[in-house]
Design a protein around this ligand. Structure first.
Ligand code: SF4
Ligand code: SF4
Length: 427
């Protein structure tokens, strides 16, 4: 699309676009008063997470994430971006002869995304909501008018974790509600306005869930087939989060189920003790490495927060650059953490490794599917079920981490053939 082209509104299913030549609506300042108050940039928990946050910190505006920018920013929006979104609906998929991009590969990927997409777009036409990606889920029952006496918050937390696992979570942690990570405003892809987040400071805790993505499918990255793992991750997330939120509502408490919308998942997951932040800008968990999707529920249920954890990831990433070297558009930094992001799709007030979201998204659109090469090549991308993987993790967290990095060459981190996945599964 040339810079002069009219704006196109993109969605996960590519089904709604602005009419040719339609005027771009003005973005409104919908920041609720609660968000206009200055948010304290520092919290005690930063000493445990290692977050280095500047005094001039302000919460992120969702309008500036690269997926939102694909709607309104000429530097990100393109014909390829529109094709990328549209391809989640057959027959828009750009099937081709390359391994992993056949009609069958896209058919599986799009089927894996189907459930999540159906929920995400339920209220798009009527309310401009894109639930799970821009807005919290609203498809829940009425709950109970009075609060059940939950008793000891530590015991309640154990119960909640048990129920989360019953509903499909592979791991779960709890942290305090932290307004720093809630978007200043969320973005409405339909009319490109900004509006207040669905949550506020009356909520006291965040339950953060982890859903592991399939190891064998991820091994075929880059391919349309590999993105089936992402679609399944979101689908399982949606089931877990909506069911758990309904359980909490049935006990009389407030609960907002959320996937990629409303707040930044990674700092909340780190605060909830689910893993550490990696050079590739992703969460690295102890049991699944970076091969996870993160969901969350904001609630006022009295709970006991978990503590952040460390198993040596930061020190390992200081030495390992596998993701930076493996990223085709070189979107991942080789150097030390900085607070000098490549563009405004990332915080400038937090010292950290920052992936260049523009370069990354451009590569996705060129491939016509998501990319997770940085996940595949990461030495922590293991099942951690074998004794060997557990031993490797221990080693990686010691002064012998250089040996662990050398030993990683014996892990099957290279791309596996997508056709081989089909053969393996059908045997
Ligand atoms: S998803 Fe792909 S393009 Fe994006 S940072 Fe990772 S390796 Fe690079
Ligand atoms: S590939 Fe290496 S540097 Fe990158 S996140 Fe994984 S461990 Fe860290």
């Amino acid at each position: 699309m040339s810079p002069k082209s009219p704006p196109g509104v993109v969605s996960i299913d590519g089904s709604w676009k602005r009419a040719e030549g339609a005027a771009e609506p003005e973005a409104v300042d919908a920041t609720p008063s609660i968000r206009r108050n200055r948010i304290e940039p520092h919290r005690d928990i930063d000493k445990l997470t290692g977050f280095e946050i500047g005094d001039d910190f302000t919460p992120f505006d969702q309008k500036n994430d690269v997926f939102s920018r694909a709607n309104w920013d000429e530097n990100v929006r393109s014909d390829k971006a529109l094709e990328f979104w549209a391809a989640y609906i057959m027959p828009n998929a750009r099937a081709r002869k390359a391994d992993g991009y056949s009609q069958r590969d896209y058919a599986l990927r799009n089927a894996a995304w189907h459930f999540t997409k159906a929920f995400a777009t339920l209220k798009t036409g009527s309310e401009g909501r894109h639930e799970g990606f821009n807005d919290t889920f609203t498809l829940h029952g009425p709950g109970w008018p009075e609060k059940w006496d939950m008793g000891d918050p530590a015991e309640t937390s154990k119960d909640i974790k048990k129920v989360a696992r019953l509903f499909g979570a592979d791991d779960v942690g709890i942290c305090d509600y932290d307004p720093r990570w809630v978007y200043a405003t969320k973005f409405n892809r339909l009319d490109q306005s900004s509006r207040p987040p669905d949550v506020d400071d009356s909520l006291t805790h965040v339950i953060v869930t982890i859903t592991a993505m399939d190891l064998d499918l991820t091994a075929t990255v880059p391919s349309a087939l590999a993105a089936t793992a992402t679609g399944m991750g979101y689908t399982m997330d949606a089931v877990t989060l909506m069911s758990l939120a309904q359980y909490i509502r049935n006990l009389g408490y407030n609960a907002h189920a959320s996937m990629n919308d409303t707040a930044l998942n990674i700092p909340l997951a780190v605060q909830a003790g689910l893993g550490e932040y990696g050079r590739h800008g992703l969460l690295i968990t102890k049991d699944f490495g970076p091969r996870v999707r993160i969901g969350k529920i904001f609630t006022d249920m009295p709970l006991a927060p978990d503590q952040p954890t460390s198993f040596g990831v930061t020190e390992f990433c200081n030495m390992c650059q596998a993701c930076a070297a493996g990223c085709p558009p070189k979107a991942i930094p080789f150097d030390k953490p900085k607070n000098d992001p490549p563009n405004f799709s990332s915080f400038s007030t937090i010292r950290k490794w920052t992936t260049d979201a523009e370069k990354c998204f451009k590569f996705w659109t060129a491939q016509n599917t998501e990319c997770s090469i940085c996940i595949r090549v990461c030495p922590y991308n293991r099942s951690f079920k074998s004794r060997w993987d557990k031993l490797w993790r221990w080693l990686a967290g010691t002064r012998l981490r250089r040996l662990a990095l050398w030993l990683d060459r014996f892990r099957e981190g290279g791309r596996r053939n997508a056709a081989g996945w089909w053969l393996g599964k059908s045997e």
